[in-house]
Design a protein around this ligand. Structure first.
Ligand code: SF4
Ligand code: SF4
Length: 679
């Protein structure tokens, strides 16, 4: 026997070749037509730059699409996806090589690609890939139909696609076995171990029977492949192809920054997103890229507490809305507003689309974006819709609307006079930068630190630390006003931009080296969002600054005599959005307290329920996010809870009262813990 090589169309009569090409080409035409229709929809979105900084985008693609680092966060799906991904990729490449080998290379170049050792290696890889593809699908079935994970849907598309994959894999291996039986057990057959083993099952059959069955399975195999192709634009497989592309288009900005400011806000006729044609092409593309894994839903605190929001369902509803309103997207009204000045075209909100309650349930905690393997940007999308709801429709929760009015009038959400902004510092001899002229550290106290009685104590503790360390610092005093975080997350971009511009102008008047902030929301806003408005400052959170003072030996701490057990709650805007996890824990440990972790900690931590301007909204019922988080605190058996955010302090103190542990559980900011343990 000569060198092993691929025999194209072994045992297949000529008429069957034509039928094969009819099946494959017609299904490919149906598939490409379906993809083209979706492409037309994406293209109809508003422009957005997502093709710049190609090097960084390629790195993201390698990290998230090839190495799939987000999928690796959970072991079972990690293995399952690795099997699917590599089996699929290798089988696809195998088909490309087979086509090259059959119809292109030999006739054009007289070169046989799949021959000798190359062919043996090819057989081995494809055989194993087919096995792992089947195994991966069985794992997926187990999760959907046996474990019945809530986050995964069990619909006809999934059943059809996975059944087709199994049938394609099994029929492919059977064809191979029949081929081996037909050519009589070649010595190299072991290079395709599964097909070779199957071949022995057909050993007793006549040659004609083998040929007949081979032809039958060959047709069956390609009918399944054709059906898979033709239905691809409707099924999860399509989204699996789009997902890696979406990782390439993912934002390169810090996740803490809301990435789409409204440009020329005074002149814009439509503020935010309220109609399907207001989304950008990337938004629309990302709806189709969702692979429906439900990881976002599983970690969403709003979903966990029965509020009307599932980030997965939101994205899928938007996808479905895009399909149903394709006509409006492809042929939008010529003018954005009609003669009466109202937005032209059907509005996204309402029974037929997205409910206002859904978008107002989000705390912007970012857990969904941290988990999403395909980098879908839920929070910017939700905020865009909130902008429309707030600025175009006035559809904003009552208490939040009143808070924004207070910010507008008094420069702070408490509505207390600006003249009282420094009352917390009375008797502490805290210098004002307006009097001092310049300083090393400009301490941005924030509205909560200035006005909320509980958080004023945190400001006082921080001043004690700064003085003990001999830090050259000053505050803005009555000149400081709200940073704008709540206004922006509530969709009032106009108010946010007004505040941001005024603050930046004020800060630019003074000379300082760094801004020290105790509120993660203010920290995130000044660090990540003000640069877009021309305010580039060096900003440090108080947990980082305290860690720095300890490391430089500027403050010394004495060990807690009782060695109390403390747990720490990671604020979303400090942890997930800005990657600060260890510094607050270092302060707790350095104070001699015993640190115990909640099950959900660091980037998996559950929100306190106060972000996204929720601290200003009225929650009803017994299932609240802050209560659920407090239950997790109580489960640790800790005697104390460390926080590093004024909103977390407010929400969790409220929850401790509701759960009846306000007497037994100390809740302290890390500045207070450190100040109490200063040596
Ligand atoms: S940001 Fe948080 S609350 Fe909002 S959808 Fe995502 S996980 Fe849910
Ligand atoms: S949005 Fe992301 S995490 Fe959520 S279901 Fe879709 S792919 Fe999964």
């Amino acid at each position: 026997m000569g060198e092993p090589q691929r025999v194209n169309f072994w045992g297949i009569p000529m008429w069957a070749h034509y039928v094969f090409w009819i099946i494959i080409l017609s299904s490919a035409v149906i598939m490409f037509y379906g993809i083209y229709r979706r492409y037309l929809l994406w293209r109809a979105g508003k422009p957005e730059m997502r093709t710049d900084r190609l090097g960084e985008r390629t790195v993201n693609f390698l990290k998230y699409a090839i190495a799939q680092i987000k999928i690796l966060r959970q072991r079972y799906p990690a293995f399952m996806h690795l099997f699917h991904f590599w089996a699929f990729t290798l089988l696809f490449l195998g088909t490309v090589f087979a086509t090259l080998d059959a119809d292109i290379l030999p006739p054009l170049f007289g070169y046989k690609l799949l021959a000798g050792h190359r062919y043996l290696f090819y057989k081995l890889v494809l055989d194993i890939s087919a096995f792992f593809m089947i195994f991966g699908v069985l794992m997926a079935w187990y999760r959907r139909y046996v474990v019945k994970l809530e986050r995964l849907d069990r619909d006809w598309r999934f059943a059809l696609t996975t059944s087709l994959l199994i049938l394609i894999g099994l029929s492919g291996l059977t064809i191979e076995g029949l081929h081996f039986a037909g050519i009589g057990d070649p010595s190299w057959g072991i290079w395709a171990p599964i097909g070779f083993a199957l071949g022995h099952l057909f050993a007793g059959m006549s040659h004609q029977a083998i040929l007949n069955w081979h032809l039958f399975f060959w047709f069956f195999h390609f009918l399944c492949v054709g059906t898979l192709f033709a239905t691809l634009p409707l099924t999860q497989i399509f989204h699996v192809f789009l997902a890696p592309v979406n990782t390439f288009f993912g934002t390169l900005e810090s996740h803490g920054a809301l990435i789409k400011p409204i440009e020329n806000i005074e002149e814009a006729e439509i503020l935010g997103v309220g109609r399907i044609q207001d989304f950008t092409w990337h938004d629309l593309f990302s709806f189709d890229a969702c692979v429906e894994c439900g990881r976002c839903q599983e970690v969403c605190p709003a979903y966990a507490t029965d509020q009307p929001l599932s980030p997965k369902k939101l994205i899928l509803s938007l996808r479905e809305y895009m399909t149903r309103h394709a006509d409006q997207l492809l042929h939008p009204p010529e003018q954005d507003v009609d003669e009466s000045g109202m937005p032209a075209g059907e509005i996204l909100f309402g029974e037929d689309g997205i409910s206002y309650d859904t978008i107002w349930s989000c705390t912007t905690c970012g857990a969904c974006m941290t988990e999403c393997p395909v980098l879908i940007e839920h929070v910017p999308l939700i905020t865009e819709m909130r902008r429309y709801a707030t600025l175009m429709e006035g559809e904003i929760p009552d208490t939040l609307g009143s808070t924004l009015t207070l910010i507008e009038r008094s420069g702070n959400p408490w509505g207390i006079s600006r003249q009282d902004r420094t009352k917390w510092a009375e008797g502490l001899d805290v210098p004002l930068i307006s009097e001092k002229g310049e300083t090393d550290i400009l301490y941005w106290v924030g509205c909560a630190g200035a006005y909320d009685p509980r958080n004023q104590k945190v400001s006082q503790a921080l001043v004690k630390i700064l003085k003990a360390a001999g830090v050259d610092f000053a505050i803005l005093g009555n000149e400081e006003q709200c940073c704008g975080d709540s206004a922006r997350r509530a969709g009032n971009e106009w108010l946010y931009q007004t505040l941001a511009e005024a603050n930046i102008e004020l800060l630019k008047q003074y000379k300082f080296n760094r801004i020290l902030v105790q509120c993660p929301h203010g920290y995130n806003t000044l660090l990540n969002e003000y640069p877009k408005f021309g305010g580039r400052f060096e900003v440090v959170h108080h947990s980082q600054f305290i860690a720095e003072l300890m490391a430089r030996g500027k403050i010394k701490l004495r060990e807690d005599s009782d060695r109390k057990k403390f747990t720490f709650h990671d604020p979303c805007y400090l942890g997930r959005y800005n990657g600060i996890y260890e510094e607050p824990r270092d302060a707790i440990v350095a104070s001699g307290l015993q640190l115990v972790e909640m099950e959900k900690n660091r980037d998996k931590a559950m929100c306190c329920g106060g972000g996204g301007a929720h601290v200003w909204m009225e929650d009803k019922g017994d299932k609240r996010i802050n209560y659920a988080r407090m239950d997790q605190v109580i489960a640790t058996g800790a005697e104390g809870l460390g926080v590093a955010c004024p909103f977390c302090m407010i929400m969790l103190t409220d929850a401790a009262g509701a759960r009846g542990v306000d007497e037994s559980l100390e809740i302290k900011d890390i500045a207070e813990i450190v100040a109490e343990h200063l040596a």
